[in-house]
Design a protein around this ligand. Structure first.
Ligand SMILES: NC(=O)c1ccc[n+]([C@@H]2O[C@H](COP(=O)([O-])OP(=O)(O)OC[C@H]3O[C@@H](n4cnc5c(N)ncnc54)[C@H](O)[C@@H]3O)[C@@H](O)[C@H]2O)c1
Length: 362
């Protein structure tokens, strides 16, 4: 029988419920406590799940005084930085919700803190657990495309702008980039084996979010609802990226990886306003290559599954805690994602291409 893993949850809002349910479905996990800055919310959160014995706090630092193996951090983006640093320095391993942080400097410090303390910092990009996403990565990593030199990813929603903390720069850091763009970037970066970003040229806009005809909270809306970027990655790879929370279009089309031996086209699952390969929803995968001198298209069979990828990411964290293995989705990888988002915002503000500079950590 594996040992009991003791867990705390910081933030008791929407996504914390997903973490809690996943932990409750695991026999070797005990949810020891939760914290939320809104008075009474952590208690209510735990009680509603029947966890009346678990401890509730308003201040996450009190939760971190308990004997815990790991914590899930499920707060708005703006508090990812401080809660993560506090948790790592209190000797806890961390599963942090996406996006990693609000600024690149924060992400660098968080990655460094994980290395300095020796505590795991893993970021919750659950689409990585989709078997079709894994297949795409495998095809690319096995070299089936030859040298990959150009990639296009992105997607959008015809209408799909959230509200609340997601539309305020001071709380979310960025809009569509931080909410769904980071998934799309992770799709490309993880499939390519995490190449380092070098430069970014980007534009962002918010014509929809700031228009009361399209958003009920238009007067509070100060983030981007659209972005497009041209990103140079190490190894001579160009990444073209676009993401949209709202647009007058049904879809922003397929994703593609162009290689010297073959190309891979990935279409989004479903049709219409919410389609886009930014959240692990793969519709079809087709290899374009030459066979015996003929232009050939080979469909890759889509893997049908009923895995709950969100639960898989939480399970993988617990697995790493149980056997002492490395972070499933290490901060050092997601740093590149955050660096691109930072570059997109800087480039858009400057109206020109910007360099991405990252320290050598560790
Ligand atoms: N992986 C996913 O599928 C997914 C989906 C939705 C949201 N998210 C991410 O999860 C995070 C939270 O989103 P949400 O939709 O649950 O937000 P939410 O607003 O529903 O919940 C956030 C909770 O955190 C609490 N909080 C704020 N600051 C805190 C602090 N310093 N200490 C303790 N509690 C604090 C708030 O009071 C609130 O209860 C965001 O970063 C978001 O990007 C991920």
């Amino acid at each position: 029988m594996s040992r009991i893993i003791r867990i705390g949850i910081i933030g008791s809002g929407g996504i914390a419920g997903g973490h809690l349910r996943a932990y409750q479905n695991m026999e070797n996990v005990e949810i020891v406590g939760a914290a939320d800055i809104v008075p009474g919310r952590a208690r209510q959160f735990l009680d509603a799940a029947g966890l009346t014995e678990a401890q509730a706090f308003q201040d996450h630092r009190r939760l971190l005084e308990l004997e815990l193996d790991g914590v899930s951090i499920c707060t708005p983006n703006v508090s990812h930085y401080q809660t993560t640093l506090d948790a790592l320095r209190a000797g806890k391993h961390v599963l942090l919700e996406k996006p990693m942080s609000v600024t690149l400097d924060e992400a660098i410090e968080m990655t460094q803190a994980s290395q300095d303390t020796g505590n795991m910092l893993t970021i919750g990009f659950q689409p990585r657990y989709d078997p079709n996403m894994k297949l795409i990565r495998q095809v690319i990593q096995e070299g089936k495309l030859g040298k990959v030199y150009y990639v296009e990813v992105g997607g959008g929603r015809r209408r799909g702008m959230p509200g609340g903390t997601f539309i305020r720069k001071e709380l979310a850091g960025a809009g569509a980039m931080a909410d769904i763009g980071c998934y799309s970037l992770d799709f490309a970066l993880q499939a390519l084996g995490s190449p380092k970003p070098l430069t970014v040229s980007a534009v962002t806009s918010n014509y929809f979010g700031t228009n009361p005809a399209y958003h009920p909270e238009a007067s509070r809306f100060d983030v981007e609802d659209f972005g497009a970027a041209f990103i140079r990655l190490e190894g001579g790879i160009t990444l073209q990226f676009k993401i949209s929370w709202a647009m007058h279009m049904d879809t922003l089309g397929a994703s593609m990886f162009l290689g010297t031996d073959a190309g891979l086209k990935v279409t989004p699952a479903g049709q219409g306003p919410w389609s886009g390969v930014w959240d692990g929803q793969v519709g079809s995968m087709t290899l374009y290559h030459d066979l015996l001198g003929q232009h050939t298209q080979t469909p890759l069979p889509r893997i049908e599954h009923n895995l709950n990828v969100f639960e898989e990411k939480v399970k993988d964290f617990v697995r790493a805690l149980s056997d002492g293995s490395a972070a499933p989705i290490p901060a050092s990888e997601i740093l590149y994602n955050q660096a691109i988002i930072d570059g997109i915002l800087r480039s858009s503000a400057a109206g020109k291409e910007v360099d991405i500079e990252l320290p050598n950590l560790g």
